[in-house]
Design a protein around this ligand. Structure first.
Ligand code: GSH
Length: 229
């Protein structure tokens, strides 16, 4: 095991979009990583103990067997893919990995980021104004940029999945953002038939339903984060 390098031992998880991306990814891999549920509503993520783990005060975070903490959703996905390559969700070959990462980045920059900023600056402003600089006058424009991105992607969707014939992390990432933000009022434009069919296809995967947030029973003290200084 040692020559494989440190292994994932615990996922700091919560409700929210990016944590769901990780759960979806892990379910598609059919692996089990013990989860510790961070209570965002109680502000556990802003607790000094948690900030020692992730100075951004956010979930997800992945703890490795040597105590390393890895944060940022896409980085966590890439790490898990390296340790558990099957089934490939970022691509089997260098070429496939480049294609997947290209689409992953495109959906993130053109659709997911503008949509989430539209939410933070709009409906979410009371929650988020104390956590980041919010620009309320940009809320509508961000939402419209997200809609432009969806129309753009709709025109390019040819096959079953975003990055080609295989289901990849680009599908997981976009699906989790859309599933959350459509419900918050940022619907897929009505003319985007290909994107709507894609969303239905992605939503029919077992992991789509299984990755939805459900509180587990309260974490036992043994599961509480231990921070080594
Ligand atoms: N850039 C981070 C974003 C993670 C993120 O937005 N996490 C949310 C999940 S709801 C969070 O922890 N929000 C609580 C907060 O920011 O206080 C990533 O990709 O992992």
């Amino acid at each position: 095991m040692d020559e494989l390098g440190p292994q994932p031992v615990r996922l700091f998880d919560s409700f929210g979009i990016v944590p769901r991306v990780i759960r979806f990814f892990v379910l598609e891999k059919d692996i089990d990583i013990p989860r510790y549920e961070v209570d965002l509503l109680l502000g556990e993520n802003r607790d000094p103990e948690f900030l020692k783990l992730n100075p951004s005060g956010q979930t997800p975070a992945l703890e490795l067997s040597d105590g390393t903490i890895i944060c940022e959703g896409p980085v966590i996905c890439e790490f898990i893919e390296e340790i558990f390559p099957a089934p490939p969700l970022i691509g089997r070959t260098s070429r496939d990995r480049a294609i997947t990462k290209m689409w992953w980045r495109r959906v993130e920059l053109n659709i997911c980021q503008p949509m989430i900023l539209g939410f933070y600056y709009g409906e979410g402003i009371e929650t988020y104004r104390t956590r980041m600089r919010c620009i309320p006058e940009a809320a509508q424009g961000m939402k419209e940029r997200g809609q432009d991105g969806m129309r753009w992607l709709n025109g390019l969707l040819r096959g079953e999945w975003i990055a080609g014939p295989s289901f990849t992390v680009a599908d997981i990432h976009l699906f989790c953002f859309l599933d959350d933000l459509v419900e918050k009022g940022q619907d897929i434009p009505s003319e985007c038939d290909a994107l709507r069919s894609w969303r239905e296809r992605a939503g029919n995967r077992k992991a789509a339903e299984m990755s939805m947030w459900r509180w587990r029973s309260a974490a036992t003290p043994a599961e509480s984060p231990v921070v080594s200084s």
